[in-house]
Design a protein around this ligand. Sequence first.
Ligand SMILES: *Cc1c(COP(=O)(O)O)cnc(C)c1O
Length: 390
Amino acid sequence: MTYLSHLECGYCGKTYEADAVWNLCTQCRKPLLARYDLKAARKGVDREAIARREHTLWRYAELLPIRDAAKRLSLGEGFTPLVHARRLGAVMRHEHLYIKDEGLNPTGSFKARGLGVAVSRAHELGITELSIPSAGNAAGAMSAYAALGGMKAHVFMPSDVPPPFIAECRAVGAEVTLVDGLITDCGKAAAEGVQQFGRFDCSTLKEPYRIEGKKTMGYELAEQFGWALPDVIVYPTGGGTGLIGMWKAFAEMEALGWIDSKRPRMVCVQREGCAPMVRAFEENAEFARPWEDAKTVAVGLRVPAAVGDFLILRVLRESGGTAVSLPDEEMIIGSMLIGRTEGIFVCPEGGATLAAFQRLRKQGWIGDGERVVLLNTGSGYKYYHLWKDR
Ligand SMILES: *Cc1c(COP(=O)(O)O)cnc(C)c1O
């Protein structure tokens, strides 16, 4: 059972009926967010009971947007390990260093959370054809859940995306279109099919439910820390869905009476060759200007413009957080350090969080004894090309 009540524009506050099909706010073209009757949920959901449930993100079903459990499309996503990285911590001289290992999700990245929930909801609402522009991991995740729901998947990816990202989509039956350009160009190519053939657009934050899947990382962190939150969360940011989602989860959990008002400082990590959020944070801007000529090996971070930019910037400011940009080489060195100490084959985006941690620790922004979570957002397997010559 869900306590889903309505949708609300994250910018202008206009509300929408939850059980109709929506993309962006029809008034201001900004993201819609799912709202729940948290007062009723506070009485109806017991956080102790959750501990006995299945080890997937569906353990938080009352705070997810699916009404009929039979419509759930699940490959076992979520409830990933929170690793206390003791050997890495010893090298860093930092005792309380943790890695949330999202590489263990189905399809090898945390995109399975967002798309597991979004495709389930689309399935429940009777949608049969899905479309997505993706820099890599989102395409594979959407394709997998579409297959499970017997839905048609159309994916649009940059033509220079590494081959495993294309292979995994084709292997589960998606129709792949390669586009010369970046994810924003893929978005334009996908939009034609959306307008002409009525395919449902699963672009992040252009539909209301991917963020609902990704927010479960926030629920899990609280549960895994014994219903407390860490001091700092370091997040490799593309569209920012996970960052905004975790922040939303914290507010929901406080309203549910599950946690207190203490919040982590949220850190956004981007690559020097594509850092629109870092630039906007430093300029104290409300929105981010699109980044020209975006380049990075971390495909998940190759996002020159994000629809949720104002939401990301709000989270960074409200949390007392910060934004860091790094060169590719530091990300790869960070990945190797995690691999050699903790035995986890992480994606370069995951490596970036360690490099950002090192920088912030050195500057004293992160203090001794603070509990820090690095989000390893995906597995390293699809990026094998980065390791060929090392
Ligand atoms: C998509 C992706 C990101 C960025 O996630 P957002 O929530 O869009 O900011 C980071 N790492 C990996 C591996 C990704 O696939």
